[in-house]
Design a protein around this ligand. Structure first.
Ligand code: URA
Length: 264
């Protein structure tokens, strides 16, 4: 067969689907495979050196117990200034990130009455003081009606004011249970260091934190006890601004407080 005829025949076979050229004698390909020398590993360029970052630990780090850390930090505070510093240093409460200021307290630490609100709002966050916005101004007028003021130099007529949470929650949302739980040791220490005679709890969240109960409509107007002190739950001033008809009950509660302080 000449070269041109052989090539034409090969083209035709390929066109017909032939993929292998088979010889005249059979070949055992299994034996051929086994006899092949091992293929040496291909030389691969060494990767560039990795930056010296620490390897991830094989076990995840133990979860941080924020409540235990808060408890330890609060217990170590020997006075109000120390407590304020410990709270400013406490980084485990998420809402701190969005807040402009720590809102620790305002008024007279020696006051017989300590008022506990919920959490700072916008004005409080900006000024770093509790109850300075519209609700706070109303709170001042409420207590002025029974002769008490946060800036009174006389402990008999003064108020000391703080909140369950010392940072403004984003968009003024309600405090979350985990936030309340981790800030509660600080609040408890705050009360112990200020040592007021009486606590006034403004609204549901402070009742939830210190009495373990909510339902201000039923709680208000009744003396309770928390942290070894008499506690009077009252409607929150923001609620009273929205529900002026409830001011009558608030006035009743203020008179109850006044009578208690007078020893009546
Ligand atoms: N409401 C609160 O409960 N606390 C504040 O400080 C301001 C508004």
């Amino acid at each position: 067969m000449d070269m041109d005829s052989a090539l034409a025949l090969l083209d035709w076979q390929i066109e017909m689907g032939a993929t292998e050229a088979i010889g005249d004698t059979p070949v055992n390909w299994y034996e051929v495979e086994a006899a092949k020398p091992p293929v040496p590993p291909r030389a691969v360029a060494a990767p560039p050196p990795m930056p010296a970052t620490p390897m991830p630990a094989s076990t995840p780090p133990a979860e941080v117990d924020a409540v235990a850390q808060a408890r330890a930090a609060a217990a170590a505070a020997q006075d109000l200034a120390g407590l304020r510093a410990a709270m400013a240093d406490f980084d485990l409460c998420e809402i701190k990130r969005g807040a402009k200021n720590l809102v620790f307290a305002d008024g007279t630490p020696a006051a017989r009455v300590m008022v506990i609100g919920e959490a700072p709002g916008r004005d409080e966050d900006l000024q770093g003081k509790p109850f300075v916005g519209r609700a706070g101004q109303f709170l001042d007028r409420m207590f002025a009606a029974i002769g008490m003021a946060r800036d009174s130099a006389d402990a008999q007529t003064a108020l000391y004011i703080t909140n369950v949470l010392p940072w403004r929650p984003p968009q003024n949302r309600d405090p979350q249970p985990d936030e309340v739980a981790m800030m509660l040791p600080f609040l408890e220490r705050h009360v112990a260091l200020a040592a007021p005679e009486v606590l006034v709890l403004m609204g549901n969240h402070s009742c939830g934190a210190l009495l373990g109960r909510k339902g201000i409509t039923r709680l208000r107007g009744h003396w309770a006890e928390a942290l070894g002190r008499p506690v009077l739950p009252m409607f929150h001033p923001a609620y009273l601004l929205r529900n002026p008809h409830a001011k009558r009950e608030a006035w009743h509660d203020l008179l109850m407080l006044q009578a208690r302080l007078r020893g009546e």
